[in-house]
Write a protein of this length. Structure first.
Length: 328
């Protein structure tokens, strides 16, 4: 799926409520490989990172941090595990992978929002801390996520988790890693997954889709930032012929046999085209996918403007999908 900047019109207008919030924020500095340390240092100012006490929700959840075996020959992996209190039967679990363009973020980023989803459906939550690019290029990040998932599935009974109801959850880079993890689990005969909840997932290293060109100069994760993120992960291989689908799931030739997918994205998001295409290709392969394109939503709109009507609608759609998926 390639295009040129002359084949697309101007970006879709922002949703009025979301656009008004974005207009109040200071401009984000241009992202370069050299600027990654500064980006990480400043992320805590605008990305909520709840404490264990906050995650406990007044005693509704137990919160535990565990270090589990990492990929062969690699460091151990850290997990944050939140389990609902007062349940005797095994509960479903959301296995959460944070965003950050492959180059930033922590296992606590936006974890409060993901715990909200878990609480709505009576689920446990497991959030994985994976190594970041460029210090750890592909396949390090996705292998860390796989190691944490495999451990979670193997220890499901100990954790009070129903191993047949584990759902992958991720936004942006985390959504791309979740999609890659679903492919890895399928191809390795790994943990059986109940579903994959992909929010504005980062799927295609080629950085050449209609929406990438359309939003090339946008404020939120534009084409130049996307190139930095993918180059950090893949180096000189980015955009070339030999990129693994476990790095960039849009490269997968076969999307059959995947767990049911929920995919959502804003119409003014750089990832719109690749996300819509991914859903279409799941359907073409005979799979199950639910797709939402939120009009006027930019990248991360629901986190930046949570009170906006489309943000509330997006969250409600995710909750409803999880309820349908996980209700016995």
């Amino acid at each position: 799926m390639t295009t040129s900047s002359t084949e697309v019109g101007p970006p879709p207008p922002y949703d009025a409520e979301c656009g008004a919030v974005l207009a109040t924020l200071p401009p984000f500095p241009p992202l370069t490989l050299a600027a990654i340390p500064a980006m990480r240092a400043g992320a805590a100012e605008y990305m909520p990172r709840p404490t264990n006490e906050e995650l406990a929700r007044g005693g509704a959840y137990t919160v535990e941090e565990r270090t589990v075996p990492g990929p062969p020959g690699a460091p151990d992996v850290s997990l944050i595990i939140c389990r609902p209190v007062g349940t005797t039967a095994a509960v479903p679990a959301l296995y959460c992978i944070h965003g950050g363009g492959m180059i930033g973020g922590t296992a606590r980023d936006a974890l409060g929002d993901e715990l909200d989803l878990a609480e709505h459906v009576g689920a446990a939550l497991v959030s994985v801390e994976y190594r970041l690019a460029p210090e750890t290029p592909h396949p390090g990040p996705v292998e860390d996520c796989y190691a944490g998932l495999a451990w979670t599935a193997q220890h499901a009974a100990e954790l009070g988790i129903d191993a047949d109801r584990i759902v992958l959850v991720g936004g942006s880079a985390g959504g791309g890693l979740a999609a890659a993890l679903a492919l890895l689990a399928r191809d390795r005969g790994g943990p059986a997954l109940a579903g994959q909840l992909l929010m504005c997932p980062m799927l295609d290293d080629r950085n050449d889709s209609p929406s990438v060109h359309q939003m090339a100069n946008g404020r939120m994760w534009n084409r130049s930032a996307n190139e930095v993120g993918w180059t950090a992960l893949l180096g000189d291989a980015r955009g070339g012929p030999d990129v693994s689908p476990y790095a960039a799931p849009a490269r997968a030739e076969n999307l059959a046999g995947l767990p049911p997918a929920f995919i959502d994205v804003g119409s003014a998001d750089s990832f719109r085209s690749e996300d819509v295409d991914y859903a279409e290709r799941i359907w073409q392969a005979g799979g199950v996918a639910e797709l939402h394109v939120w009009p006027g939503g930019y990248h991360g709109f629901d986190g930046i403007a949570p009170a906006a009507g489309i943000s509330k609608a997006a969250v409600a759609a995710r909750v409803e999908w999880l309820r349908r998926l996980l209700t016995p």
